[in-house]
Write a protein that binds this ligand. Structure first.
Ligand code: HPA
Length: 274
């Protein structure tokens, strides 16, 4: 991990800021609209930031949006980098390193995911209680820089227990149903086969997606707290007698977007109160 590159990007961003962000938001497929609600936004295109990869996937804007949301100064990634796009995991997680350098202590990660557990359904919000890395890849492979974190970081509380409880309390307050489960990272870009989906279920996974886990590993390595929410966009392959499509993923996230946005905003409000 190239500390100089991290510092350069951090300096570039901090020179544009008036307030120091404390909260990072990584917004997944169809969920980037949250960043449009940030007041007095400072927008920085990824392409402008030294060391940042450029986002390629459709439906992702590819910029940082920094400003006020529910009383907090937040830095939102409107669009993230995916392993399946061909980026190395160091690139995928580079923005998380920069968040840490900027002084961010907590990261909210969001994604769209396919339901493996049959008690989940499209449109559900799922609190991520833990994850399974199905890829065999890890963003920390390579020489460890002790300044960034320890060689063998503990992952027993990858998702903060107090923030999970805060998410449950917020759901109760908004009378929303918040499901819970284990998120499984598959590299993609092909969706899983029905046999893989059955296997994931047997291994203890509840939902499957193509992101989030590398960012969470790096955030924890860097000592930041993480809370994760999946928007269940479809039943995973083979559960229903129909093919999967990216359109379905986008349609579902658009359908539940308002609910999702209210939930995350209320979470930020509660986190700020603390
Ligand atoms: N599988 C993998 N990634 C996904 C899915 C899925 O079913 N839905 C949304 N992202």
């Amino acid at each position: 991990m190239n500390i100089e590159a991290i510092n350069k990007a951090t300096q570039f961003i901090s020179e544009k800021l008036t307030e120091q962000p404390k909260l990072g938001l990584i917004l997944g497929s169809g969920l980037g609209k949250l960043a449009d609600e940030i007041a007095n936004p400072i927008k920085i295109k990824y392409a402008e930031i030294p060391g940042f990869p450029e986002s390629t996937v459709e439906g992702h804007e590819g910029q940082l949006v920094i400003g006020e949301l529910k009383g907090a100064t937040v830095l939102a990634m409107q669009g993230r980098f995916h392993f399946y796009e061909g980026y190395g995991l160091e690139q995928v997680t580079f923005p998380v390193r920069v968040m840490k350098e900027l002084g961010i202590e907590t990261v909210v990660v969001t994604n769209a995911a396919g339901a493996v557990n049959h008690s989940l359904e499209p449109g559900d919000l799922m609190l991520i209680t833990d994850h399974i890395n199905q890829t065999g890849a890890n963003p920390l492979i390579g020489p460890n820089n002790q300044e960034l974190g320890v060689r063998f970081p503990d992952m027993s509380t990858a998702y903060s227990a107090p923030l999970q409880q805060l998410a449950r309390d917020v759901a109760k307050k908004l009378t929303m149903t918040l499901k819970e489960g284990v998120y499984v990272w598959n590299s993609g870009p092909s969706y899983e086969t029905p046999a893989e989906v059955r296997m994931i279920g047997q291994l203890g996974g509840d939902a499957v997606g193509m992101s989030t886990v590398p960012e969470v590993i790096v955030a924890r390595h860097a000592g930041m707290e993480v809370v994760g929410i999946s928007c269940i966009s479809n039943m995973a392959a083979g559960i229903l007698d129909q093919p999967l499509s990216h359109n379905e993923v986008i349609e579902t996230t658009e359908r539940v977007r308002e609910q999702f946005l209210s939930f995350v905003k209320e979470m930020i409000a509660s986190m700020t109160d603390k």
